[in-house]
Structure formats: structure tokens, C-alpha cells
Design a binder for this molecule. Sequence first.
Ligand code: KG4
Ligand code: ZN
Length: 354
Amino acid sequence: MNYNESARLGLERYQKDRDALLLAIESSCDETAASVLRGPREVVSMSVYTQIPLHRRFGGVVPELASRSHVEKVGSVVADALEKAGITLDDISAIAVTSGPGLVGALLVGVSYGKGLAFAKGLPLIGVNHLGGHIAANYLTYPDLEPPFICLVASGGHSHIIEVLDYDRFRLLGHTRDDAAGEAFDKVARALGLPYPGGPELEKLALTGDPKKYPFHSALNHSAEEADFSFSGIKTAVVNLMHNAAQKGETLSKADIAASFQRAVCDTLTLKAVHAAKEHGFNTLALAGGVSANRALRSSLARACEEQGIRFCCPDFRYCTDNAAMIACAGHYALMAGQLSGLDLNAAPDLELV
Ligand code: KG4
Ligand code: ZN
């Protein structure tokens, strides 16, 4: 039997077996991750190797180093996920892998490895969109959550307000016109002298600052009717504030700047996302992407949703930043919808969700 026939039969078996196990691999940026999933939402195991210490001294992700590290680690991370699940590759019925968006060299490692495993075992293979994975992190956290709902995806590369029409059908309602939310956090953190990745460090610093000290106003961000938003202006305002103070020999409280910046980002995302949910008649709003780990954003959205009678969902902390369990979940639903990738699956650095 050739590979395509075997994969097609494997897909039919997978769709019929509620206890079938799926192995997922994620390598789109600076985390090498693998996970075993049973059925749609039961995470049997997960393994994440983070490259943060590797990139820290450069102040950001160095793509070439990321690719090399993925090559070194992907085998042991997959082995670790299988071992934690107490199984071997022979127990796996399908393979899911992030195929984009992300760094091309990094993506290629996971895609090649996933294809190799699928071919060697004659298993069905599915390429997964990384953003679709972030959205699916909510399904792992809320067993009863089903589309349709509105999802705010805020990560290092994207800030999108998305209508989740079905497990594999999305519509873009609004997005950032320049920097992604995570990118803005990282850039401002760097200006404040914090180490990479800046988001979590800035959040810590903001805890002791005054969020009302500097009102970073923007007409676009304060208009609820305008679905798009922008973060590069806030970032520039922070940099100018620090620059002017330095020229005058003044010292500003970094904690106040961090808290005020975080508040401006949270206010904008909350205003736009809640307005989108109301305007399009949704009673559920979910948050996804690395920035969903930010407690200030989680509570700002939770508060606004409560006021409007909207259900608010956000992923369990272990599913917020890059991991393979969310990729497994999105892959499962794609396979159940009859989608299958061939061995010509390629890394797609600019892959769009909508
Ligand atoms: O989803 P993710 O892990 O990778 C991408 O798909 O981009 O998101 C990483 C981004 C980084 O910009 C990081 O600084 C940000 O998410 N991030 C946070 C927090 N944790 C991660 N930003 C603000 N507060 C956090 N606690
Ligand atoms: Zn991500």
C-alpha cells in the first residue's frame, strides 16, 4: 500500500475511534513542543523546550539559532511527550504539525519531522495554522466551549479580532495596523532595559507602578466604532517620554511607565474586542495568544465582559504561550472535518488564518 492510501485509511480509522491518540509538533518560533492528545480535548501529555536562555543575550529571537536548536531538540521533545504519555509511536494514530505562520527555518524543522514520522508509520498528517492553534487553546480549557464566538488573538506576531464561525472557519473583524500587542510589549520592555522576552517582565514591573501616571492617548485606539487599532504610536510615545526626560536630566519611574503602557494596551484591546462582540451579537468572547498570559489584560476583559453580560474565556496559563497541545486540538478538528495534508506539506511563514 502506498503512503497516500495508508493515510486515507488511517484518517477513516481516526475519525471512528474516539480514543485515538494524536501526536502534535510545534516549532514556529522559539519553543520546541510536542503533545499527545486523546479525542478532541484530553491532553495526555505535553513537552515544551524553550529557547529563551539561548536568545536572551541577543535581546530577541535569532532565526538561525532558533532553527538549529529545533533540529537538536525536536527528537528528544517528541520522545519526552511519548514517554510522559506512557506510549510509543506505534500507539499514535495521526500526526499534526504547525505549518505556519512563523519563522521559515524553524517551521521547516517541525514540518520535516512530522512528515518523516507520518511517512514512516503510514499515518494521516495535518498541517495546522499556529493562530488556529492559539484559538483552540480555549477548547482545552473549557470542555463546553463551541463556536461561534469572538476571539481576540494577541501574540508576538499578531493582534486580530476574529469571528470564530466554526472549528475551521474564521472571519477577520479587526486587527493592528502596525505592531502586534506582544511585539509592542517586547519593544517597550527593551526600551525600559528589561530582558527578552519583555512581556512577562514588563507585567511584573507594572505591578508596582501607577497606571494613570501617563495617559497614552490615541484617537484610533479610543474609537470603539473603528475595528482596527495601532500600538506603534504608544511605543513611540514611551520612547519619546524617556528620551525627553533623559535630555533634561530627569529620572522617571520605570514602573509607572510600564503600568501606564500596559493600561493603554489593555484598554484598547478590551474596548475593541468587547465592542466587536456586542456589534456582531456574540455572547462569548475568548482571548488567545502569548499575551493572554497577561493578568492585567485577563482581568480587564473579564470585567468588561461581566458588565456587558458576555461570557469571557481565556486559556489555562500552560496553554497561553506556544505549546503543542493547542496544535493537537486544532489538528484533531481539521482531521474530523476530513482535511488531510500530503507529503508535499511545506512551511508557510506567511500563512493566513482568514
Ligand atoms: O504566542 P506566543 O508565545 O508566540 C507567538 O506566536 O508570537 O507569544 C509571545 C508573545 C511575546 O511577545 C511575549 O512578550 C508575549 O507574548 N507575552 C506577554 C506575556 N507573556 C507572553 N505579554 C504580556 N504579558 C505577559 N504576561
Ligand atoms: Zn504563538
